[in-house]
Design a protein. Structure first.
Length: 306
């Protein structure tokens, strides 16, 4: 495993996120060789649900999936509390509007209350969606496309099982990371129902940079790669976003986008599960500097040997 070689060797950096066992080893035995960054480049991770096509056009089905999802378990698969906080809405710490939209606890909605999942609440929303048994009994088979990289593959498998626990019949595929975006989740015409391994890294620390591209229906790219993976297209929210782009001043912008953030949660447009803190490992003779706005990479202009 490359991470172990980096920790035990010299003149080396790991250029991708360390796997959970390496992260644990670094934290316990090589603490000075582990860097943890909660900067803007760490971004977030969520489960995209297709808001425009298929079963998840129904908001109550989206809420049911949110309620059923064990977000803490998904975070543990990606390294646990050391490198993540359980996500409860779409803005994150350090971005204007984060506190106004709920801070770490997030909006107080029953499907958002339990980070370990709550099947009773999930069944409530399944019934509201028109399934009296509390399980999905429709005829559609939903397509789930996951990332084959570790640990994303384990996250995808866990999400697929949670969907099956709710009664959904799934066609589950694990594909190479770039293929997941370029052939499936980022292609509007494919109409993928669930993409468990997506997220967003903004280019700068403004709430518009966090919310606009992944959730504004007016920005869905029908030709080329689309970054609104859940095809989220709610006219009221689109209009609010267009208005918020024109708001001037950090406090005012934070408040405007916080309101949009809460509306996105109320529509359960996607199931958020991780505010990431990026981990980096380096050899003991390296003085590494991580990139703030480029997740999981080193700033080689400032990184040097000790």
């Amino acid at each position: 495993m490359i991470g172990r070689q980096v920790l035990a060797g010299s003149h080396m950096l790991q250029t991708d996120a360390p796997a959970a066992p390496v992260l644990k080893l670094a934290f316990q035995q090589h603490r000075s060789q582990l860097q943890i960054s909660a900067g803007g480049g760490a971004g977030d991770r969520y489960i995209a649900l297709n808001n425009s096509n298929g079963p998840f056009k129904n908001v109550n089905l989206r809420k049911a999936v949110w309620a059923a999802t064990n977000r803490e378990a998904l975070n543990r698969l990606r390294g646990g509390k050391l490198v993540s906080d359980v996500m409860t809405h779409y803005l994150w710490n350090g971005i204007p509007g984060f506190e106004e939209s709920g801070g770490f606890p997030g909006p107080k909605l029953d499907y958002n209350e339990s980070p370990t999942g709550d099947m009773k609440v999930a069944e409530k929303y399944m019934k509201l969606a028109g399934y009296p048994s509390g399980k999905y009994t429709g005829n559609e088979t939903i397509q789930v496309i996951g990332d084959n990289r570790v640990p994303a593959n384990s996250v995808a498998e866990a999400v697929n099982q949670e969907l099956r626990n709710l009664g959904f019949k799934t066609k589950f595929s694990i594909v190479e990371h770039t293929v997941m975006y370029s052939k499936y989740c980022g292609v509007v015409s494919e109409k993928i129902d669930v993409c468990p391994n997506v997220g967003w890294v903004p280019d700068f620390g403004d709430p518009q940079a966090v919310l606009d591209v992944p959730f504004n229906g007016n920005l869905i790219a029908k030709n080329g790669t689309n970054s609104n993976w859940g095809l989220v297209d709610h006219p009221k929210i689109n209009a609010a976003m267009e208005a918020a782009t024109k708001v001037v001043g950090e406090k005012a912008r934070g408040e405007a986008w916080a309101k949009i953030d809460r509306e996105l949660v109320e529509e359960a447009v996607a199931v958020p599960y991780q505010w990431a803190k990026e981990a980096y490992v380096e050899s003991k003779d390296v003085a590494g500097v991580g990139q703030l706005w480029n997740a999981g990479t080193w700033d080689y202009a400032f990184t040097s040997l000790k």
